[in-house]
Design a protein around this ligand. Structure first.
Ligand SMILES: C[S@@+](CC[C@H](N)C(=O)[O-])C[C@H]1O[C@@H](n2cnc3c(N)ncnc32)[C@H](O)[C@@H]1O
Length: 253
């Protein structure tokens, strides 16, 4: 418990027992195959900045390879979820329907797509003739009827959330880090204290930090050792800031 393993999630999940997870909260690779590196120029024409939209962990051989991988992950998720568990899976607009259909084929029930409006997206550039990418989506699903549904006020139960992308002290060097603000409400609604929250794609460890802050347990995987170092740093900061923390000490192995 309270461990992130530096290993491939498929290998890891296959060693987990069936029906042990209360909540899946995850942000898998998006397969941003259409995104190209973008060179932003100053008025004087000199390059100012390179915005990379495609990340090394999106580097699948083909769309088919990406979808096969996600299908295998989803089937393992179904096996390890308890009946009544909920799940949240971030994705981009390209793949929201593919992933929803896969979740349903594995046996999960689709509940809703949650929309995150990023208030500080990378601005639209007139020459690209495209809107700014200011929305991300999160599929909410469940294994049967959700056991836990900690209803908040009616106005907090919309499938829409507005927040800037990660910045300030919370920000690590992980390029696709999710802000805690768009994770914590859903973990609160769909799990209780002491429950096990699982994330096969931990990245900089956002799901683990949210779980620690909410007194949930967590377990997860992250294949990249550099990101695992970021998770360790975040765990140390959490312990430093929460000297009275009495739960299991979080670790990365
Ligand atoms: C979109 S990022 C997650 C970011 C995370 N939500 C955060 O806030 O930092 C996806 C992560 O999945 C990891 N990943 C990709 N393939 C993996 C695999 N087979 N097993 C475990 N982790 C993997 C990547 O290295 C990347 O850090």
């Amino acid at each position: 418990m309270n461990t992130v393993y530096n290993t491939d999630c498929l290998t890891g999940m296959k060693s987990m027992p069936a029906e042990c997870v209360d909540l899946v909260f995850t942000d898998p690779p998006y397969y941003q195959h259409r995104a190209n590196d973008l060179l932003v120029r100053k008025n004087n024409g000199k390059p100012r900045n390179i915005v990379v939209n495609k990340f090394e962990f999106d580097d699948f051989e083909s769309e088919e390879a990406y979808l096969d991988f996600m299908n295998e992950v989803i089937q393992e998720l179904y096996r390890i979820c308890k009946t009544g568990a909920s799940g949240y899976m971030w994705c981009c607009d390209d793949y929201v329907s593919f992933l929803t259909r896969m979740l349903e084929a594995a046996g999960f029930k689709f509940r809703k797509v949650i929309h995150w409006h990023k208030t500080n997206p990378f601005p639209a550039i007139s020459t690209r003739r495209m809107f700014a990418n200011s929305m991300e989506m999160c599929i909410h699903f469940s294994k049967g009827v959700p056991n836990t549904w900690n209803f908040k006020s009616v106005n907090e139960m919309h499938n829409f959330i507005e927040a800037p992308s990660c910045k300030g002290k919370e920000r690590t060097k992980h390029r696709t880090q999710k802000p805690l603000k768009v994770c914590i409400p859903y973990i609160e609604i769909s799990s209780n204290e002491g429950d096990l929250v699982f994330d096969p794609f931990m990245g900089s460890g956002t799901t683990a930090i949210a779980a620690l802050q909410l007194n949930r347990k967590f377990l997860g995987y992250e294949v990249n050792p550099e990101y695992c170092e970021m998770i360790k740093t975040r765990f140390n900061e959490f312990l430093e800031q929460n000297k009275d923390y009495k739960g299991e000490i979080p670790e990365v192995i």
